[in-house]
Design a protein around this ligand. Structure first.
Ligand SMILES: [Zn+2]
Length: 407
């Protein structure tokens, strides 16, 4: 199929939002997508980091635009009637203007990084919400970023001309390019005089003032480079609006104004840690009362006492603490505490005068409950397979204790 190259009206005037075009060819691909080519178009195809335009061709929605061998193909949501020749194109200007702002903003920011820190831009991504560039530099400080951002915004405020022209290789030599063009033919330079000469196929506004505010959001190290995230133009303004709305909301919640936010958060953190400390103390006091209560219910054994209790669900560290509180008070005590919940677990502890090895006891229980565990002479713990009830584990543990004591 031979189709002549499409006249790219977006290069003649990037501000044209409407035009009439002649249908040259219409195809349906293997994915049932409808593609149309015309003699000319205002729709920019995906390329050079800039996403494609959208809009309408006649009544059909434009879903995608691609360039193949000089021909611009438009994917539309349903086929055009077969005898249509001339058709009206209408572009989604909001989307295009946004892309022009992001793309031209990227040129300015990249040039500012190159000027200030000789940091070359390796790649550019124009995302749905923010843009990123990868910079050939190892380190970027807050001060450096601030300086480059200020420089870039100065170029915007100076409202300099942005021009684009196609040059041949010979002419190309005259321009101070930072990066070699990726194409050999139809080299197009986007120029901000005395600032930036950039081989680029994208659409750009006529003056830097139309780009609007450039805002660096954050950066991170990425594969030995710096990946920098930023917004330009209307996106920057919208971002600042939403940040302010959030700040107002948080200020209201903390019953302060923006200036008082930091102090309010610090106060909250201090209060929270004081409460946490208090809670810890109260919990320890409660455990100590609980240990006294359990000691009162101790079963007598020859020369020793046995204390045991089953709980529906308690954290193991809490039971370990409780067991130790008991054995500190009664040096001849043997303690067995069990808990259910997500896991069946148990703690065995004894006082210094109990003369029995807790790790040995646990080792005898574990095979009977298909469990795992361990510990030392004075305290040991284990977990049982979920098929065993706490009562079963309790019974086995008692049996093993008596067997140990009778030795
Ligand atoms: Zn570009």
């Amino acid at each position: 199929m031979l189709i002549s190259a499409t006249t790219k009206l977006y290069y003649q005037n990037p501000y044209w939002r409407e035009c009439t075009a002649t249908v040259l060819h219409q195809v349906t691909d293997e994915f049932q997508k409808n593609w149309v080519a015309f003699d000319q178009t205002i729709f920019y195809p995906t390329g050079g980091g800039q996403p494609h335009d959208t809009g309408y061709i006649g009544q059909q929605k434009v879903l995608d635009v691609e360039e193949r061998e000089g021909v611009i193909w438009h994917q539309i949501d349903s086929p055009l009637v077969s005898d249509v020749k001339q058709i009206q194109m209408r572009m989604d200007w909001e989307r295009r203007l946004d892309h022009m702002q992001q793309h031209a903003g990227q040129h300015i920011l990249s040039a500012a990084f190159a000027e200030e820190y000789r940091a070359i831009t390796i790649s550019f991504h124009l995302g749905q919400e923010t843009c990123t560039i990868d910079l050939d530099m190892k380190e970027l400080t807050d001060e450096m970023a601030k300086e480059v951002e200020a420089y870039a915004n100065q170029i915007v405020l100076e409202n300099r001309d942005i021009t684009a022209r196609f040059v041949n290789e010979e002419e190309l030599e005259k321009y101070p390019l930072r990066k070699k063009p990726t194409v050999e033919e139809d080299i197009r330079l986007v120029i901000i005089p005395d600032f930036d000469y950039n081989p680029c196929g994208g659409t750009h506004p006529n003056r830097t003032g139309e780009v609007g505010p450039i805002l660096i959001l954050q950066w991170e190290k990425h594969k030995g480079h710096i990946r920098l995230e930023f917004t330009v133009g209307k996106r920057t303004v919208e971002r600042i609006h939403s940040k302010h709305a959030l700040l107002r909301q948080v200020s209201r919640l903390l019953q302060t104004n923006e200036a008082g936010l930091q102090e309010a958060v610090l106060r909250l953190q201090a209060e929270q840690s004081a409460i946490a400390n208090e809670l810890l103390q109260v919990k320890e006091e409660l455990l100590s009362y609980e240990s006294v209560e359990l000691l009162r219910k101790a079963e007598p054994l020859p020369d020793r006492m046995f204390i045991t209790q089953l709980y529906e669900e308690r954290p193991l560290p809490e039971l370990q603490k409780l067991a130790q509180l008991i054995t500190n008070q009664a040096t001849n005590a043997i303690v067995l505490l069990l808990t259910g919940g997500t896991k069946q677990q148990f703690v065995c502890a004894c006082g210094k005068e109990a003369h029995i090895e807790m790790n040995t006891w646990v080792k005898r229980i574990l095979p009977r409950v298909e469990g795992k565990g361990g510990g030392n002479i004075l305290i040991a713990q284990g977990g049982a397979a979920s098929t065993y009830s706490l009562e079963q584990i309790h019974t086995y543990a008692r049996e093993e204790l008596h067997a140990l004591l009778e030795k």
